[in-house]
Write a protein that binds this ligand. Sequence first.
Ligand code: SIN
Length: 535
Amino acid sequence: MSPNRYLVSFDSRTAIHRFTDILVVGAGIAGLRAALEVPSDLSVLVATKDRITESNSSYAQGGIAGVLSPEDTFENHIDDTLVAGDGLCDRAVVERVVRDAPAEIEKLVEFGTKFDEENGHLALTREGGHSHRRIVHALGDATGHEMMRAVIAKTKATPNVTLWDDTFTVDLLTDASGCVGAIVWRPNAGVVIVWAKQVILASGGCGMVYRETTNPPVATGDGMAAAFRAGAELRDMEFMQFHPTVLYVAGSARSLISEAVRGEGAYLRDVHGVRFMPNEDPRGELAPRDVVSRAIFRTMERTQHSNVYLDLSHLPRDLVMTRFPGIAKVCRSFGLDIAKDRIPVRPGAHYMVGGVTVDADGRTTVPNLWAAGEVTSSGLHGANRLASNSLIEGLVYGAACGRGAARAASMMPGDLRALPLQFVAHDDEPDERLDVPDLTNALRSLMVRKMGIVRDRIRLEEATADVEFWCRYVLVREFDRRSGWELQNLLTVARLMINAATAREESRGTHYRSDFPERADSAGWNVRHVTARSI
Ligand code: SIN
């Protein structure tokens, strides 16, 4: 076994064991939707590393896309997704997700989600890249909070599902047959070996690899890194989506200012008050995210100013306050009245488009390991995700994984038993000599400077040299706490991202190379994915 296969030592003769039919790693929308799809005769354990409310899904503002209005069609939503994906989407996947979306939104209503309504119907808004109003939302701009409230309550009331919070999945456990469970760490128990007939990875994204991000601190790419160590294929890791409008006020956390704000008519202005998007793209402020983020980046360089501004002052105050109460509250805490004052914003890392490769049912390349949501690359998003297409992907693929894993587990009769497995990790360097927060910050800054919105060969080579150097002495250590494992996972993910960005010698979607500024379909990049696997 390679010294880096597992991050911690364990010995199945002495360890604490837990047995379950299905293990779900992650408690965002994809993980809980998967758990809820498993029939009641199978046991499900959901492990999440923080509180159950701490997921990207809970923080979603804008909403969930689906064709729900008679003026809209599946073809429109499919076309918008393909256009945003810039030639790299898998059309069959797009069609399937778009067609399943209305039923999945209905399912959320069944679970108890109260979406905003208008005249007795679900209220629909628009976001960048959408040709029609098709985004359902809740509590104005707190869609994720309301949706997860309902889904968490439903999960807690489901007898065959057990929830373990504060449980860090350090690694996926594999043998010659494929995935057989996971090594998890719990505060009062330490290392626990969870044996499972089937494992579903739904651990979310890796926005924390950047200093500027909309993601909560839990988004450290743990599932991507663990899947990589377990031998699963990952692909498209060069495609980190930058959200155009992240609040940029000294002292504030980098709060998202939802794209729905532009969907309702807000303008982007430069430091001189000039509206710049109409000169950049005929779709103006509602062009797809990659287009708007790059336009903001260029505007900041041109004006030599650290941000641009969102302007809602021409919109009715009532509309602004009813639709965006959460954003209004955050901005108010910095003395900004969003109906009157311009909001300082700049792009920040928001969504990892690439991830663990999955097929139409959510199967990874490792037997008995399934995956859904942001941790995956399903083919839906291509090179750039269309706004509000992520929760719907989590729902559709979460449900598919739940069904598939349940079917597979049912075909494995008999009880699980602990296999004799022992792994002793790494060298004897005491980890106290390493300043984990310092190195984590250095990595996150490096990613903004060298692997940000605009990339080139020289910057990527510099990033490679630094990350390889850090990996040499960090990945061989054995840590006994979350911050150390998170740093190891962030480094693993950063290395995959930089390698993929170096390999893709063209610009497409969220990946822009100033040394290769055009799309290179003729060189085959419209059908080629950069893939990576450890074994
Ligand atoms: C937003 O509200 O702008 C985020 C929605 C998304 O990322 O899909």
